[in-house]
Design a binder for this molecule. Sequence first.
Ligand code: GDP
Ligand code: MG
Length: 163
Amino acid sequence: MKPVIALVGRPNVGKSTLFNRLTKSRDAIVADFAGLTRDRHYGDGRLGDRAFIVIDTGGFEPDAGSGIVQEMARQARQAVAEADAVVFVVDVRAGLSAQDHDIARFLRGSGKRVHLAANKAEGMAGSAHLAEFHELGIGEPHAVSSAHGQGIRSLLEAVLEPF
Ligand code: GDP
Ligand code: MG
């Protein structure tokens, strides 16, 4: 069985860009508009001879009120339920937000293996920018740049290690 990896995080952190990087596809809609990827989206990925499935999700808002936002949150929760591992994507440039804390709380309670991807880290040398993300209680952040392909292999090796 291929492990299933769900990508979750608040809108605009780079989940779809990471999905495209992992699946080498252009399927996911990457946009400057927050939350455009409204459906869960499945793709095949590979690291050497190891195959996996990736699920992209729309904006994940645990306390979403109604309508499309609620539907997106429902689908993200369902993606987590289906997943063997979760990559929680945060934005190093934007820094920690209240929404990141809410998502972290949900993920810590999910019982899933969660890895933290600190995205948009290209050109941000050193670990000072990463330090605040330890507060999320998810473990050591992996500095990645989904747009530039940096840190992706190391993240994937950690995610796939137990499988
Ligand atoms: P999503 O809403 O989480 O799926 O985010 P998207 O993948 O649609 O990306 C949101 C914005 O962040 C887009 O403008 C992307 O080009 C940009 N972005 C994604 N990854 C990176 C990255 O590694 N570095 C930088 N600088 N921008 C990125
Ligand atoms: Mg998206």
